[in-house]
Design a protein. Structure first.
Length: 245
């Protein structure tokens, strides 16, 4: 099963209400041959919405008979029944979580969404994780940073944040691109270090961690270089510039 994303213009078609009311919609297929029955298709609504609004599944393709009456959802007067063949998409979920184009870029998507596009597995897995609880990311804003007294002060790290960061950002170092499994095989499977962009010791209280914006995967070498001067922690961008110099 593959995952795709396609754009929808609210100035020509009210996709959200069409799917909410009818559940199943025909969508113009053009000459696309890569989409298969069972694939997932996210619908991204352009300005002024500018976010993913729907998760759907392909239940038909190469449809040449437009038998679903969705004419009242055409906001421009365009007759969409005259532009076959069509895919048939079934609504899985209305998405309330705000996932913008900028968020998609953070997940690794390149460029804009101007036509149907296949999503990499890392992006697809991250989207699935993010919309599992449609409450503005509260499902992954997990408290971290509580001080614990041992012989010295250490800071607790919640394993749920690590899992979320890997699902969202993948397992490649964001500075040098190193991947432990590619280098070491099974020994390096799912091994990566997760870096907090703002060190936990700078927070005096427990905080909510957003894995999209607060966490990043790093290899051991890059992680140590970033923290080499504890009074001047480098950013990922700083270290990348040093590496490329």
């Amino acid at each position: 099963m593959s995952t795709f994303i396609l754009p929808s213009n609210p100035n020509t078609y009210d996709a959200q209400n069409a799917f909410t009311d009818l559940h199943t919609i025909h969508w113009v297929q053009h000459n696309n041959k890569s989409v298969s029955i069972g694939d997932i298709v996210y619908i991204y609504e352009s300005k002024p919405t500018q976010r993913i609004i729907l998760k759907t599944q392909v239940i038909g393709r190469d449809i040449d008979s437009y038998h679903i009456d969705d004419s009242k959802y055409s906001t421009s007067g365009i007759d969409f029944s005259s532009k076959g063949p069509w895919l048939t998409l079934r609504l899985i979920q209305n998405i309330d979580t705000r996932i913008s184009l900028q968020d998609l870029h953070e997940l690794g998507l390149k460029g804009n969404i101007q036509s149907l596009r296949r999503l990499d597995d890392n992006i697809a897995n991250a989207l699935d994780f993010l919309i599992r609880d449609s409450s503005e990311l509260t499902s992954i804003l997990v408290t971290e940073g509580k001080k614990t007294k041992v012989y010295s002060t250490r800071y607790e790290r919640n394993p749920k944040n690590r899992q979320a960061a890997i699902l969202i950002h993948g397992l490649n170092c964001k500075v040098c691109g190193f991947n432990f499994e590619k280098k070491y095989g099974a020994l390096g499977h799912e091994f990566i270090e997760i870096h907090h962009k703002k060190p936990l010791y700078l927070n005096n209280t427990e905080i909510n961690i957003d894995p999209i914006n607060d966490l990043v995967p790093l290899c051991a070498n890059c992680h140590r270089m970033i923290h080499r001067d504890k009074y001047n922690v480098l950013t990922v961008e700083d270290l990348r510039e040093i590496l490329l110099a």
